[in-house]
Design a protein around this ligand. Structure first.
Ligand code: ATP
Length: 501
């Protein structure tokens, strides 16, 4: 009886989470944030396009990252390296031989699952485990009749086998097939470009250790399953920073100190942009990648992905693995000569790495609220009744909001519209603004709440009425409190500036 109740509760919760996920996905599509790619041809799984507001939100997120990683630091340099790189890059890094995920197929409905994720659903951590180990664990579940297809429930599943995540192209050999000797890979992570430009950065900018190189760019992975909306896609953008340092310094435990400093720095970035601290946690990798000596992830508890903690950003110690591999495969000496200590060595590297869309999804997940605005009113019979009302509001940090200010004429009267357009034109020289005259004022407020616009300026009849005390003033509405202030048209610019300083 009790176990039936728990099962029912779990099912209710699963349904609620799925509903929330579907609700937010369709909301983001209908409001012009995220569209499924190639929809008119039936879609392309694991690939998404970003509409007007999605593009603007992402741009603001990338700007915030760049500001924090480059503008506000004097030890990190920018880079924009190409997606295509010499194919030896990926042989040296171990990706060609070993960038795999374990896959199981349902023989009945052909549904494909990631074996490590299936094990995780049973509380078994399969991170970086061998395929033999994974199959042994899956066999135990099979014996207990617990291993079934997520989609159709069949127990007729294949063994787990490894599946390369590398995406191939025929760049440079257009008429040849994608045989191994002709293949050119699309980069599976952006940091490859950083290692290859480490030498040029040193030779051109002469930085002293420790220093970092940061870049934002596209990466491609043939993900086995891409079913968590933009959380896991086959084409995505990463924001990565590699920090090069001398691990042989004698003043203290430099490796740990740099690591701790970067952990704090990245954690605080999320708090600074309004992520609820209770939805963040650290995950320490027990089983490390061959090159790593310490690895932590910042996890975010995505309400829309089952209200569970999932990797948002990785912060890893990579030692001298990357530079030594690229030195070995290219034959170029990538060592660094430290003038002060007169030492020559390969710097150690630690990295911070985060997907743009995962970060965007965390910000949306954190900001998306459905607020109950129902209130008591007196009806025509003089009785107290509850007037039902609610609003969807995206309480994004205003620096991230796609639109900073919306300018609305209260009515379709021409003089109100002209004045509103005038104000919009001036403000849009500095801020991403929107002018909107369509529909009732209430609907227009709600529309701006939904896309996260922090300020709405309304031009009303008083604004235009010379005899009114409020002549030449406008109202400014605050998204979160919904309160309105009246200010002089002349002071709009300084008012808005003060809000963004
Ligand atoms: P996962 O375990 O979720 O597959 P990973 O450990 O393979 O991720 P990394 O190789 O460490 O991820 O990549 C660094 C960051 O890039 C991740 O923390 C994530 O934010 C982002 N990322 C990785 N793969 C994808 C993807 N397929 N889609 C979107 N973002 C991704």
């Amino acid at each position: 009886m009790e176990s039936q109740k728990i099962q029912n509760n779990n099912q209710d919760l699963k349904l609620q989470n799925e509903n929330l996920q579907n609700e937010i996905i369709s909301f983001l599509k209908s409001r012009g944030f995220v569209y499924p790619s190639s929809e008119i041809y039936g879609g392309l799984s694991g690939v998404y396009d970003y509409g007007h507001y999605g593009y603007l939100l992402i741009k603001n997120i990338k700007d915030a990252w760049m500001k924090s990683m480059i503008q506000e630091r004097d030890d990190v340099y920018a880079l924009d390296s190409a997606i295509f790189m010499h194919k030896n890059t990926w042989i040296a890094s171990g990706h060609v031989a070993g960038f795999n995920d374990p896959q199981i197929d349902c023989k009945k409905c052909k549904f494909r699952m990631r074996a490590d994720h299936t094990l995780e659903d049973f509380g078994i951590s399969a991170d970086k485990q061998s395929i033999e180990w994974i199959n042994a664990e899956l066999d135990k579940l099979r014996v207990d009749k617990k291993l079934i297809c997520e989609k159709c429930g069949s127990s007729d599943l294949t063994e787990a086998k490894v599946f390369s995540l590398m995406v191939k192209s025929n760049l440079g050999s257009p008429t040849d097939s994608l045989s191994e000797e002709n293949v050119m890979y699309l980069r599976p992570e952006t940091c490859g470009g950083i290692y290859l430009e480490y030498k040029n950065t040193i030779d051109s900018l002469h930085p002293k250790l420790p220093f970092g190189i940061a870049q934002i760019g596209k990466a491609f992975r043939n993900e086995i399953t891409a079913k968590q909306f933009v959380f896991r896609t086959r084409e995505f953008e990463q924001m990565e920073m590699q920090y090069f340092f001398n691990p042989y310094l004698e003043n203290g435990n430099v490796k740990e100190t740099y690591f701790k400093n970067w952990q704090d720095y990245r954690w605080n970035f999320y708090l600074n942009y309004g992520i609820d601290q209770n939805r963040l946690k650290w995950y320490k990798h027990e089983k490390l990648a061959h090159y790593a000596s310490d690895a932590y992830d910042i996890e975010y508890k995505y309400k829309m992905l089952g209200d569970s903690f999932k990797e948002l950003e990785g912060i890893h110690q990579r030692g001298d693995w990357d530079l030594s591999q690229h030195s070995k495969f290219s034959g170029v000496d990538l060592s660094y000569f430290d003038e002060e200590s007169k030492q020559r060595f390969l710097p150690y590297i630690m990295e911070t790495s985060v997907g743009v869309a995962r970060m965007m999804l965390a910000f949306i997940d954190n900001a998306y609220k459905v607020e109950d605005l129902s209130k008591e009113v007196i009806n025509e019979n003089g009785e107290k009744v509850i007037k039902q009302d609610s609003r969807i509001v995206m309480k994004l940090d205003k620096r991230l909001s796609p639109i900073k200010v919306a300018v609305l004429p209260l009515s379709k009267k021409e003089n109100l519209q002209n004045k509103a357009r005038e104000i919009y034109k001036e403000l849009s020289k500095v801020y991403m603004c929107e002018y909107d005259e369509s529909g009732s004022i209430g609907k227009r407020y709600r529309r701006q709440d939904e896309i996260g616009t922090p300020y709405i300026i309304t031009i009303d009849f008083d604004t235009m009425d010379e005899t009114n005390i409020n002549f030449e003033t406008v109202t400014i509405r605050d998204r979160d409190s919904m309160s309105q202030e009246r200010i002089d048209i002349k002071s709009i610019k300084s008012y808005i500036r003060s809000k963004f300083d």
